[in-house]
Each structure stands twice: as C-alpha cells, then as structure tokens.
Design a protein around this ligand. Structure first.
Ligand SMILES: C[S@@+](CC[C@H](N)C(=O)[O-])C[C@H]1O[C@@H](n2cnc3c(N)ncnc32)[C@H](O)[C@@H]1O
Length: 240
C-alpha cells in the first residue's frame, strides 16, 4: 500500500467518492472550526511553517469551492470531485505548493488548472495579481462566479489551454501548474521571470512534483516529491 503524504490522499479519494455525506457543518462558526482543525492537524502538524500560507488557508472558505454533494468533506484530508472528472486538490498539497513558491505581495502569479478556483483564492491572498487558466469552460465559469462572490478582485480567470500560458500578462514571478503534463511546457518556461519559481507535477503513470527556478543556465530543480495529479490535457500536436 502506498504511503507518505500523497499516498494517504490517493487512498482517501476513493472513500470520499462513495461515502454518504457525513454530518455537515451548518453555521459559519462550525465551518471555521473545521478550517482551524484542518490547518492545525493537516498543515502545521505536517510541517507547513509559513505564517502567511497558514493564515491564508485559515481564511479562505474551502467549502464554498466544493460542490454541494461533497461539501460535508470540504476540510477533509483528501482531494474531492468537482465535476467534469476533475478534483480540488488535498489541502496539504495546496499548502505545500504555495509555500514552495514563496509568493510575495507584489508578485504576478500564473496558475494553470483553475478547477474550483480554491488554489487561485489562496494565491490571491498572498500575491498582487493572479492569472489562472482552465481548459474546461464550465469549470472556468463556475470558478469566476465563486471568486467574484467572495470578493476577489485580483484573480483573472480565462477559459483556455494552459500549455500556451497567458503571454499577454507575462513575465510571471511565479507559476503554479495543478495538472500534470509529461514534460514542462516550453511556453511556461518562456513566460517565467529570471529567478522566478515554478511548481509543476510532471509525468504520466508516475509523477513528481518539481519546484524549479529559472536561472541564466536554464531551469534548475530545487526539490521533488511523488504526487498524483489529473493529467494536463490539450497538448498541442508536435510541440516537442
Ligand atoms: C487538480 S485540478 C486543479 C484544482 C484547482 N487548482 C483547484 O484549486 O480546484 C486540475 C485542473 O486542470 C485543468 N486542466 C487540465 N489540462 C489543462 C490545460 N491544458 N490548461 C488548463 N487547465 C487544464 C483540469 O480541467 C482541472 O480542472
């Protein structure tokens, strides 16, 4: 049986998809208590240290990004289905990737794979502007509404293919990719600032999360972890 921080998540997803809805918190106070427990047990308890990341994870109402049928599990320690065969990532993975990017207030951040919009909201708490691209148009539409409903004005959602990045707003201080391509897309490397950081899961059957930095000598990998993300779709023909 697969173990480690990500293995736990993979096993739990199967349970999440079949389990009947547990008792769902009903009040803002109950949701806030669930969020605090998530931060303490799943994040601080597993080594997430950045006070800014912990505060953002404690602030953003994850349950608002989760479809009604899975909402009771919104703060559980696993990814959840969001429709269209896609998922909202496990809270620990969101925190780990965000912490690895060392996002600062003035940063311009590109996210590939908007999904529910939750990761974009976490980034928006920390950055200047967040640009996020989602290939499934109805998900992009729903995320736009959710983010606007919560008052995020510094997140810009586009329905489109993230393989090509978003050149109009490049270069980016940080890039986060939340679906797995089989190679790092060249357009994303081009659109990353020199010294900028990128977090990206790479691979097909077996994947690794790479935290990379753009240097004069090319992209260098700073750390890796085994992960399992949904595949990045829409690879342009003949791109490499
Ligand atoms: C694991 S989900 C992302 C979770 C999301 N960050 C969140 O907070 O809910 C991966 C998302 O990447 C999207 N995706 C896959 N390939 C893509 C591509 N080429 N361009 C943009 N989005 C893509 C999927 O449709 C899916 O919504």
């Amino acid at each position: 049986m697969e173990r480690g921080p990500f293995g736990v998540a993979v096993l739990a997803l199967a349970a999440a998809c079949t389990a009947p809805a547990a008792d769902q918190p009903r009040t803002d106070g109950q949701w806030a208590a669930a969020r605090t427990a998530m931060v303490e047990e799943q994040l601080r308890g597993r080594g997430i240290r950045s006070p800014r990341v912990l505060a953002a994870m404690a602030r953003v109402p994850r349950h608002v990004f989760v479809p009604e049928e899975a909402r009771a599990d919104a703060y559980a320690d696993y990814p959840l289905p969001i429709g269209h065969d896609q998922t909202i990532s496990q809270p620990y993975i969101v925190a780990f990737m965000t912490e690895a990017l060392e996002v600062q207030r003035g940063h311009r951040v590109l996210e590939i794979g908007t999904g529910s919009g939750y990761q974009a909201a976490i980034l928006a708490e920390l950055a200047g502007e967040v640009y996020t691209i989602e290939i499934v148009a109805p998900l992009a539409e729903r995320a736009t509404k959710t983010l606007a409903g919560l008052g995020y004005r510094n997140v810009h959602v586009r329905a489109g293919n993230g393989y090509l990045g978003w050149p109009e707003h490049a270069p980016y201080d940080r890039i986060m990719v939340t679906a797995a391509p089989d190679e790092v897309p060249q357009a994303l490397v081009t659109q990353l600032k020199l010294d900028g950081l990128m977090a990206i899961p790479v691979g097909t059957a077996s994947q690794e999360l790479r935290v990379m930095q753009k240097t004069h000598a090319g992209m260098i990998t700073l750390k890796t972890l085994p992960v399992r993300f949904v595949p990045m779709t829409g690879k342009p023909a003949g791109s490499w």
